[in-house]
Design a binder for this molecule. Structure first.
Ligand code: SAM
Ligand code: SF4
Length: 332
């Protein structure tokens, strides 16, 4: 039977976000500079075998749910083979994916057949020109086809849009309107300072309150829904609509108190908070021949030093606060 893993603040940890690559075929303004980021050398990336081993070691400790992300996960060669291996790990109750949708459509039937629980698709604008300006690639038609394929196949789908002043504010209401026609959860995310470059703002212009105020003005009857345990989004629904609307206060960090998640980066760093800079190098341990038991012990003790919230984790960093990591190396 699976164990139960708790951190030093008594929070149960059962959710792993694993970034399988830092490579990406888009250049989203909020995630990477135009010229891209300096990618991790290939030999420093965890191999698929190492990732499968890591997950197999973590599941008996109490990890039940995994999200595969990146970079763009479908850009890594043989990603579907890797997904099949993860799917076979006994004890894992949920497998979710986050993707930019540019290379995903052809795999949708197999994702459905495999029983992938949900897919988060990033789409920051429904307008082709604005989408191009934000992602620096003209890929909206392809991403939209992936969206339709996911919906038609009946895979639970969430759309993620990062809200950016002066870039996609005009998209907020059309995206909310999608929930009328589609059984989709549209989530608006506060922009975080993880763009591989300098911070875009001194003060975040569109925080969760302003985003919600904007939506409420257009949809005064919108209703609050109960939020699932450890949810990062505040969830709402417009009466009569099939889908739901969520707002993720990723910058304001209002959800840290119930955080149940850990992250592993493409190079094998364990992050116990989105805002820490990695607390343990799992790749080095694996490559030094650590046994499963040693890995589990090291991992469990890393959780005993977990920051209370994102503010504390950020305060503990030793790196230059102006050097902004890219979300592609964190996994979102
Ligand atoms: N490439 C995939 C994608 O875009 O969905 C997966 C990786 S991406 C880093 C994961 C999520 O992080 C995306 O939904 C993206 O919008 C979000 N993200 C990236 N940079 C962000 C930032 N600076 N602030 C808020 N969210 C960000
Ligand atoms: Fe690529 Fe996703 Fe980052 Fe956009 S958000 S550059 S799609 S990793």
């Amino acid at each position: 039977m699976a164990g139960q893993l708790f951190d030093n603040h008594g929070r149960r940890i059962n959710y792993l976000r694993l970034a399988v690559t830092d490579r990406c075929n888009l250049r989203c303004f909020y995630c990477m500079p135009e010229e891209g980021i300096k990618y991790v050398a290939r030999q420093e990336l965890l191999t698929y075998e190492e990732m499968v081993r890591m997950v197999s070691v973590l599941v008996p400790l109490g990890i039940e749910k995994i999200r595969l992300t990146g970079g763009e996960p479908f850009l890594r060669r043989d990603f579907m083979d890797f997904l099949r291996s993860i799917h076979q790990i006994p004890g894992l109750k949920q497998i979710n994916l986050t993707t930019n949708g540019t290379l995903t459509e052809q795999h949708v039937p197999e994702l459905k057949a495999m029983g992938i629980n949900s897919v988060n698709l990033s789409i920051d604008s429904l307008d082709r020109k604005r989408f191009h300006e934000i992602t620096r690639r003209d890929s909206l038609p392809q991403v939209w086809s992936t969206f339709e394929a996911l919906i038609n196949t009946g895979i639970e789908t969430k759309l993620n849009a990062v809200v950016m002043d002066g870039r996609n504010i005009d998209d907020i209401l059309p995206m909310v309107e999608l929930t009328k026609r589609y059984p989709v959860s549209v989530r608006f995310i506060e922009e975080m300072p993880f763009n591989g470059d300098v911070a875009h703002y001194e003060k975040l212009p569109w925080d969760h309150r302003r985003i919600m105020g904007h939506i409420r003005e257009a949809y005064p009857t919108i209703e609050k829904l109960p939020d699932p345990p450890s949810s990062t989004s505040y969830n709402y629904q417009i009466p009569g609509h099939q889908g739901t609307v969520g707002v993720i206060a990723a910058y304001s960090r209002t959800f840290c108190g119930t955080c149940n998640r850990i992250r592993i980066t493409p190079q094998g760093l364990l992050k116990t908070c989105l805002y820490d800079q990695g607390v343990l190098n799992l790749r080095n341990l694996l490559r030094a021949g650590a046994t499963d038991e040693q890995l589990q012990d090291t991992f469990t003790s890393a959780l005993q030093h977990r920051a209370r919230d994102g503010w504390e984790a950020e305060g503990r960093q030793s790196r230059d606060p102006n050097a902004r990591e890219s979300m592609a190396t964190i996994g979102g």
